[in-house]
Design a protein around this ligand. Structure first.
Ligand code: GDP
Ligand code: IMO
Ligand code: MG
Length: 421
């Protein structure tokens, strides 16, 4: 029987999905990305070398097949930068496969991302400015261009039409215009460069399942950023929750046997949007410095705060999480104590799971905290039993509240800094 493990972010991104995915990929045949684009930044420290992946599933470092699925939006410039890094590291790129159905990001999407943020004024989302939202908008509007479209005779015609239509909008707002001939020439070049990697990944994955291969699906972004189930409108333009894994790969729910929900022993968020346990104070600054919380994609300082079990319970239920992967248990040991949010008080009612009653009123929510003494050092250990008692108490409280086992514990940034239970 093949095994399919899905790795999903439970908060607002940057939970350490890359590290967990690369670790689990050791025992897999295929690493898969299904959603998002180069808004993702997945840091992996592998054999003392630091990599930041934006598009290619990080499990490729194990020299296994790597698939960029149909739900991903691809900026070819970023793709080839990433391929070059991997070539220098002697990764076997003949094992990289790109879906014919994945949509392409064009320079006009990046400019539109900026324009739309400018137009939102105070309500801006704080996007990564990588053109992700506009690319998914064009997909939904049925004017997007997919990888497969590059190999059709009318590709240039369609691309020129899109550029002209977008330029008409940019002109209206006195924005710079897209250089039509340059974009066409660049993308005709990408078409040739991409050719060896392109395939029908949906049927490829079905064959792998038939042949009992093991697959690790590396989620991008997170539940709080989900277009439907996250903090709309302060979200990304895709579904980073479990449903996006299926629509973004063509794998059915029947074949998925493990859903690892990844979270940190504290919480962070980049960009705008609600964050009930945020610490906009010296504590937040301390967490940011101890956890090196600066964006892997945009280098922006991440907003930091306490772990929020109320929100995590919602994320566990939305995604059908079977196992938790808890990262940065080492980082909270560097503090004297930490707080854990175990309830929300909102208008005299107590909540133990996130509810849409509070949407738009997050500022009025009072988090109910438990305090845990930490102040420990973990060092190089291999088993749960060796963890300091304060660390174990914290882990076990999380398990009790969420009713899901913490099966993977991150005790450092290196790929092997992991305890498996
Ligand atoms: P992703 O987007 O979910 O893959 O996460 P990012 O790579 O954006 O951010 C996670 C950060 O935490 C990276 O800098 C990782 O190297 C780091 N990291 C992951 N797990 C651990 C851990 O257990 N301990 C420490 N100290 N760092 C970790
Ligand atoms: P990984 O995979 C953290 C956030 C942006 C912004 C919102 C919309 O590394 O966890 P977008 O550019 O997607 O339109 O931005 O979503 N965002 C992320 N935050 N980690 C990510 O990916 C993110 N991808 C998007 O900061 O608030
Ligand atoms: Mg990240």
């Amino acid at each position: 029987m093949s095994k399919v493990s899905v790795i999903l972010g439970l908060n607002y991104g940057d939970e350490g999905k890359g590290k967990v995915s690369t670790y689990l990929a050791k025992d897999c045949d295929i690493a898969l990305r299904c959603t998002g684009g180069n808004n993702a930044g997945h840091t992996v420290v592998f054999n003392n070398e630091k990599f930041v992946f934006h598009l290619i599933p990080s499990g490729i470092l194990n020299n296994i097949d790597a698939v960029i699925g149909n739900g991903v939006v691809i900026d070819p410039k970023v793709l080839f930068e990433e391929i070059d890094v991997l070539k220098n590291y002697h990764v076997d790129l003949s094992k990289l496969h790109i879906s014919t159905r994945a949509h392409l990001i064009f320079p006009y999407h990046i400019l539109e991302d900026k324009l739309q943020e400018d137009l939102k004024g105070d309500d801006k989302v704080g996007t990564t400015a990588r053109g992700i939202g506009p690319c998914y908008m064009d997909k939904a509007n049925r004017i997007g261009l997919r990888v497969t479209d590059m190999y059709h005779d009318d590709f240039e015609k369609k691309l020129r039409r899109n550029i002209q239509n977008k330029n008409a909008i940019f002109k209206l707002y006195n924005y710079e215009l897209i250089d039509e001939d340059k974009v066409v020439s660049d993308y005709l070049n990408y078409r040739d460069l991409m050719k060896p990697y392109v395939m029908d990944t949906v049927s490829f994955l079905h064959k792998q399942i038939e042949n009992n291969k093991n697959i690790v699906c590396e989620g991008a972004q997170a539940t709080g950023l989900d277009m439907d189930l996250g903090d709309y409108p302060m979200v990304t333009s895709s579904n980073p929750t479990i449903g996006g894994i299926q629509t973004g790969s063509g794998l059915s729910s029947k074949v998925i046997d493990k859903v690892y929900g990844v979270c940190k022993a504290y919480a962070s968020r980049v960009g705008e949007g609600p964050f009930i346990t945020e610490q906009k104070n010296a504590i937040g600054d301390e967490i940011r410095e101890l956890g090196h919380e600066y964006g892997a994609t945009t280098k922006r300082p991440r907003r930091c705060g306490w772990m929020d079990l109320v929100y995590l319970k919602y994320a566990v239920n939305v995604n059908g999480v079977t196992d938790l992967a808890l990262n940065h248990l080492d980082t909270i040991g560097k503090m004297q104590s930490v707080k854990l949010c175990v309830g929300y008080k909102f208008r005299d009612k107590i909540y133990d799971e996130y509810s849409d009653d509070i949407i738009g009123y997050e500022n009025e929510v009072e988090p109910i905290y438990e305090e845990y003494e930490t102040n420990y050092e973990i060092g190089k250990i291999n088993s749960y039993e060796e963890l300091p008692i304060n660390a174990k108490k914290y882990v076990e409280r999380i398990e009790e509240y969420l009713n899901v086992p913490v099966s993977i514990i991150g005790i450092g940034p290196e790929n092997e800094d992991v305890i498996i239970r």
